[in-house]
Design a protein around this ligand. Sequence first.
Ligand SMILES: Cc1cc2nc3c(=O)[nH]c(=O)nc-3n(C[C@H](O)[C@H](O)[C@H](O)COP(=O)(O)OP(=O)(O)OC[C@H]3O[C@@H](n4cnc5c(N)ncnc54)[C@H](O)[C@@H]3O)c2cc1C
Length: 418
Amino acid sequence: MDKAQLDATSTVAIIGGGQAGGEAATLLRQNRFEGRIVLFGEEGCLPYMRPPLSKAFLAREIGKDALVYKAAVAYEKAQVEMRLGERVEEIDPGAKKLLLNDGATFGYDQLVIATGGRARKLPVPGAGLRNIFYLRTIADVEALQPLMEAPRRLVIVGGGYVGLEAAAVAVKRGLVVTVLESAPRLLARVTAPALSEFYERIHREAGVDIRTNVTVSGFAPCQGGTCDVECANGESFAADFVLIGIGLVPNTELAEQAGLHVDDGIVVDAASRGSDPDIYAIGDCAMHVRHGFLRRRIRLESVPNALEQARAAAASIAGRPVPEATVPWFWSDQYDLKLQMAGLSDDYEELVIRGNMEASTFIAFYLKEGMIIAADSVNRPGDFMAAKRLVGERKEIAPSRLADESLPLKSLMVAAAA
Ligand SMILES: Cc1cc2nc3c(=O)[nH]c(=O)nc-3n(C[C@H](O)[C@H](O)[C@H](O)COP(=O)(O)OP(=O)(O)OC[C@H]3O[C@@H](n4cnc5c(N)ncnc54)[C@H](O)[C@@H]3O)c2cc1C
């Protein structure tokens, strides 16, 4: 079936008011789509940025206002109807209708699903205790903030980014912090062992008790509202409160019910279009059937990816060329360390460190078949842009030259091209 021709009488509906949905809405207008644009967002507030939730907002360094992604006026100017506080309950792709939480229906010509994801729950006994928390929304952080005071004991389950960022905030505020990670090392899915060791050292030096190879088996309530975190190896940790950060489950139920192809994400092509040509999916809920740069099937959970997919969908809906996929990247702030990562490192063969890990200023380059496939930069924001380009161009540079700080990265770029 060909994509329906759109005109000024057409309606694009967007489900989900996160950064992906908010970006797609305004970009549709920038791409000169002339019809009606309507965004349904169940959270009841303007699209906001989640990255600061586990960083500056948790630390109360910024207020709620600073989280807003685009001011209301941006949507007004783009003539986007923001239906905040409204939840889409069902999609009927045959009739091209949405069923809303108040029982009303809403017709669309093209649909963008930007429903994001929710925190993965830990399915163990006692997980429903009232001092067990997750961190995905503003409301989640608002529930945590009053507890983030010394000398409370916080146990964090999960040594990924969210857990480690929260650990950094908490220990700085004087809490007694323990991180329990079931894998043998921190950040195991996303970085090399050298980087895991680096972050483990930083956290230990700051006073965080890091335990790896520890699997949480349950929570038991204790006197005074505290709890014991019980582990499979028989150990237990007393906690005033617990934060679970073990990943995300994509919100794909609507798409599944609608009969779209879903496989750990709503499967989409390079234009972010799903198996129904009039339905797109973008952001954390979408699975690239083949990512344009990575050349593989992948679901990415990052702001740059959410924005890139919003650009692709908006261009495609408006009948414009879809921009090419770029190198995926991500960042994480812990203490005074700015980590920026480009590319995916999981199948690397060789690691090259440029800089000084002891002094916390370096870039780790990941090589495969001689090509740079990924780079993790710590406190090198200036060099990160060059590193990202090297990844983007899959440059082949001799490891000895890459590690040699007397050769500026920019010169390596030129030399490699020559
Ligand atoms: C604590 C934390 C820290 C992070 N840090 C970083 C970072 O440092 N760098 C980085 O790149 N990324 C980071 N991320 C990831 C990044 O925030 C996400 O990749 C990004 O927010 C994805 O945006 P999205 O719009 O796809 O999804 P979401 O932000 O999840 O938005 C989806 C929205 O859709 C709504 N919705 C769902 N179903 C319906 C429905 N049926 N009807 C109406 N509305 C619905 C949801 O309530 C939600 O508001 C972080 C995430 C978290 C939680």
